[in-house]
Design a protein around this ligand. Sequence first.
Ligand SMILES: COc1cc(O)cc(C/C=C(\C)CC/C=C(\C)CC/C=C(\C)CC/C=C(\C)CC/C=C(\C)CC/C=C(\C)CC/C=C(\C)CC/C=C(\C)CC/C=C(\C)CCC=C(C)C)c1O
Ligand SMILES: C[S@@+](CC[C@H](N)C(=O)[O-])C[C@H]1O[C@@H](n2cnc3c(N)ncnc32)[C@H](O)[C@@H]1O
Length: 309
Amino acid sequence: RVLPGCRLPGLRSSRPRGPLGARPLSQEKRATETHFGFETVSEEEKGGKVYQVFESVARKYDVMNDMMSLGIHRVWKDLLLWKMRPFPGTQLLDVAGGTGDIAFRFLNYVQAQHQRKEKRQLRAQQNLSWEEIAKKYQNEEDSLGGSHVMVCDINKEMLKIGKQKARAQGYKAGLAWILGDAEELPFDDDKFDVYTIAFGIRNVTHIDRALQEAHRVLKPGGRFLCLEFSQVNNPLVSRLYDVYSFQVIPVLGEVIAGDWKSYQYLVESIRQFPSQEEFKEMIEDAGFQKVTYENLTSGIVAIHSGFKL
Ligand SMILES: COc1cc(O)cc(C/C=C(\C)CC/C=C(\C)CC/C=C(\C)CC/C=C(\C)CC/C=C(\C)CC/C=C(\C)CC/C=C(\C)CC/C=C(\C)CC/C=C(\C)CCC=C(C)C)c1O
Ligand SMILES: C[S@@+](CC[C@H](N)C(=O)[O-])C[C@H]1O[C@@H](n2cnc3c(N)ncnc32)[C@H](O)[C@@H]1O
């Protein structure tokens, strides 16, 4: 097993130890190293560097995603929601939720679902007055059937843009924004029905701690869902993908966001992330059961799912 959050070659817990079982000093020191893209940094440094990346890209984040992916990221996020199939009253925690894409999709989904249910009920009770019908549609909280989403992110700038988007697009009820670290969530145990993390876990220093926290805050029976870049399983797509990632993405980052480095970090961090099978094992190690994954777009991204049973 690889050390928490660390995939550097040679940094395994089974490494040879010095006399009396203690690790030689140089190894102890190296054991706190991790990666930031292709760069080797100390674990203490990584969080700050990741913070700077998202502070820097926050304003251009949404436009960059549409440009870089030609809108495909929207389809991947929709698929995450369709996989979740939230029920009326679902309490969702969206960690590393950034500018709110998953939260807004969740609210749209539960609202549409609730409206369909209301319509069915109204058809069944045709003798309701117009006032009674209007009342049913007036209460915003009611229109979500009790569902609620909390967006939790470590970055103030990303949350700021998310809140602005929510105001502009009219999302208010059933939505809260919380500043917090995936590795140390500011929530009690057994609180949520679903935990999502989309394009977030790759940036976390200790992935195993984040997974343990996900397990802790979910109710028994709750579901973990992760949308993340993964390993491409088609050699031709893989070649094109590499060219596009390394030759095009940083250029787009520079031209659109004036930020080559952050977009170089993006493509490098994708290469450092565990494969579908390795990540599945990590999720199981955190205590989740019935862990599965589904590849999207030839494995460019994957959705992992697990249950706290
Ligand atoms: C700082 O950290 C971050 C910043 C962010 O803004 C976002 C994130 C997190 C990410 C998201 C929220 C998701 C949205 C962002 C992305 C998808 C960007 C990352 C992109 C890649 C890693 C590359 C792969 C991209 C895609 C599969 C999306 C679709 C793109 C295309 C089909 C490319 C089309 C482009 C052109 C035709 C322009 C010309 C390109 C060339 C001359 C280079 C040669 C390339 C090709 C011939 C095509 C490339 C082909 C592929 C990529 C394979 C596609 C295969 C299939 C669709 C089957 C964050 O952490
Ligand atoms: C690529 S964005 C994803 C945003 C959103 N989930 C989406 O799909 O568009 C990654 C997010 O992870 C957040 N993040 C990075 N490390 C984190 C941590 N330790 N705890 C919480 N959020 C973190 C960043 O601030 C950023 O907003």
